[in-house]
Design a protein around this ligand. Sequence first.
Ligand code: ZN
Length: 150
Amino acid sequence: METPQLNSLYQQLILEHYRNPRNKAELEEKTVEVHLANPVCGDEIRLQLRIEDDHIAEAKFVGQGCSISQAAVSMMTSLLKGRSLADADGVAKRFTQMMHGDQDAAKDKALGDLRALQGVSKFPVRIKCALLGFDALQEALKKNLAGEEH
Ligand code: ZN
């Protein structure tokens, strides 16, 4: 049930990730790195992954910007560690659906803490902030695929 209490709980979770970001550090042994910015808001991230075989062995980021963009990438990296590339791609697609207002996606437990960001979908200007991390992830997965072809 949607209640104001729930929304403020979500707000707290977002601020908690923003103040204590998970996986915010340079990743020494990265296999792929993507730098993305959202100039409208001034958000910026560099997502660094170590991909081994078909899974994400390690995920870290460095960045700056608003609480939504930084909390989203903190939540995302926590969720992705150890996941298969297919899983990671699935989570990215699900999250994107949620940010475009899909109610089923918003209830999907596979999104974990990221569901706290569902309210952002009501603010079109901020959707880009929330999607920045996953846009970088999808770019990184593409780059990884391209790299394998050599
Ligand atoms: Zn932002």
